[in-house]
Design a protein around this ligand. Sequence first.
Ligand code: SF4
Length: 350
Amino acid sequence: MIKNMNYDDLDAFSKKVIKGFEFTDSDLEELLKLSKDEELEKLFYVSRKIRNYYFGNKVFLYSFIYYSTYCKNKCTFCYYNESNSITRYRLSTSDIIKTINVLKNEGIHMIDMTMGEDPYYHSNPVKLVDLIKAVKKETNLPLMISPGVIDSCVLKEIHDIGANFYALYQETYDPMLYKKLRIGQSYQKRIDARNAAKNIGFLIEDGILTGIESSVKSLVVSLRGLQKSNPDMVRSMTFVPQPGTPFENKGQNTNKMELKIISILRLLFPDRLIPASLDLEGIHGMVSRLDAGANVVTSILPNNSKLEGVVNYDRDFEVRERSAKNVISKLEHIGLRPAPQSDFNRIIGI
Ligand code: SF4
């Protein structure tokens, strides 16, 4: 497929994708197996062409507020799993609002409110509803929540308050791998929670972890699962072994597979939001992910913030470079720019 095409063919191919080209499983396997730099460049080129067709040079920016790192679950890949002896925090509502007040005039398009499945909120969801209410009162910005699997009645209340997006990553649609990653958690309940949120009126984010799968076929299963999930925003993130977790000694892969999957996601979901996270490799990694076809920068934080990320490559850095200002300056350097808020609001239907 792509690897034997010249650049005129690639332009023609990107037009075919925009018109609804359907990829077979063997097409996807072939793309996932691309390995030479020259082949990958072609894949990234097609993805950028498609992204630019829908979004021009405009990029969306989200900040990330990880407001509770407590969790009742034991996901084997996650630093915050309940069994890991780490220092945890749960921010007060006033601390969350202080952070939002710093962020809200910096040019970000949406605030992402994330937590582990913290029993403090999960056993008393009214506290979560009250928190989101307080946050929403403080800002007109669109809001994404990522609280884990929660009851549809609670989701409905949160949606009525004005939250826009519900993020819930399956991590993998390969049931065997899921069992190894999300220990003791129902595969189907996770899908049901996402579908319930969609029926309530939320926009949905779904995502997969890469670099931990046993085979390319397992990734194809996950890509098909994402297509069935049909999210408004779709991501892939590289597995990074975390200290103190059952998978801490698993080998670390390069980001190559994540970049390939970002590009393939662009082929499968041409007009959707696809994030480039700052959480894995900072601004440098943001550029490679945008080059692969992403159109959103996530995990933006004030530079002096002590808040955690999911992978948190800069946990021990004296100064973090994740502010909106750092991001915007780099975007301008590479010929991209932040989209107007009105573009984002149009996409999310407000
Ligand atoms: S991935 Fe989420 S649910 Fe799983 S242990 Fe980590 S914070 Fe908890």
